[in-house]
Write a protein that binds this ligand. Structure first.
Ligand code: F3S
Length: 288
């Protein structure tokens, strides 16, 4: 069976670095915590749990811990979290992705100079919550044209035409959509400085998946069922290749792929570990 493997499948650089740092810290023999699950992958989180790593869900829980090491995941956290880790006398291993860290620095600096911060992204996402926690002035989060229009039309929000605004983006936001939203501000004559903080790891993975799916007979997308970026990959591939399968692990593959036709393309979402990708790849090469 001919297999075409996507080079960009699986962990992006930031997630890889964060997961590796947890495994490294386990070796120290200290009590290890992660602030939130290190990635959206049940297998990995379960494996870490078995090795004694505990997930801290919120500030209250963090406030009760007095010993050990806390690892910050790639999404990053607000300044308050670092302060509490420090106050509790805990060790901190910061695995915030450098691309996210850059946004924290921009937001801290620009808000410190008095600019109002606009974040284009999903307000409920932990990365966005973390970014908000670095501003010294008000931050506003928006993700749709309607939200931008409503905000600009609302006479009570107090944004003046000559007031300086700084617009940043959640790293995984769609670039074209970001451009469209920014344009609304510029067209209306607002005084904006825009920093494109989108990371292209997601886009690269999607472009490659699309390209592979368009040239194979069977396409396999590996990732967690709750992973929105994997679902997106699946949709993109399904459009190109009708015979596209969404699996979590090798166990889901057996029955699904009886109709497999060569060549087979394989890609995986951002939180799929390498060993699962390898397993699937080897199995397909040997068994079909
Ligand atoms: Fe990954 Fe960092 Fe980009 S976590 S998606 S490399 S912003």
């Amino acid at each position: 069976m001919e297999v075409i493997m996507a080079k960009s499948a699986g962990f992006c650089f930031g997630v890889k670095r964060a997961v590796e740092s947890v495994y490294e810290q386990i070796e120290t023999g200290k009590k290890i915590y992660t602030f939130g699950p290190i990635i959206h992958n049940e297998e990995v989180v379960k494996d870490l749990e078995e090795k004694g790593v505990q997930v801290i869900e919120n500030m209250d829980e963090l406030g009760r811990i007095t010993e050990g090491t806390v690892i910050i995941r790639s999404h990053g956290v607000s300044k308050e979290v670092y302060e509490l880790i420090d106050k509790q006398g805990l060790e901190c291993v910061d695995a915030t992705c450098p691309f996210v860290k850059r946004i924290h620095r921009i937001v801290e600096k620009e808000s410190g100079e008095g600019k109002k911060i606009i974040i284009i992204g999903n307000p409920g996402h932990p990365e966005v919550e973390g970014i908000r926690g670095w501003a010294v002035t008000e931050t506003i989060v928006m993700e749709s044209e309607k939200e931008v229009e409503d905000f600009l039309n609302d006479k009570n929000n107090g944004v003046l035409k000559n007031e300086e605004l700084c617009i940043v983006s959640q790293t995984t936001f769609n670039y074209n959509k970001f451009k469209d939203l920014v344009e609304i501000f510029s067209k209306r004559g607002y005084n904006v400085s825009v920093v494109n903080t989108i990371c292209n790891a997601t886009e690269e993975r999607q472009t490659e998946a699309k390209q592979i799916a368009s040239q194979v007979q069977t396409m396999i997308v590996i990732g967690g069922t709750h992973s929105s970026n994997t679902r997106k990959l699946y949709e993109i591939c399904k459009k190109e290749c009708e015979n596209t399968h969404f699996i979590q692990t090798l166990d889901d593959l057996h029955l699904e792929l009886l109709k497999a036709a060569s060549p087979v393309g394989i890609t995986a979402g951002a939180s799929t570990p390498n060993n699962i990708i390898e397993e699937v790849q080897n199995y397909v090469r040997i068994n079909f």
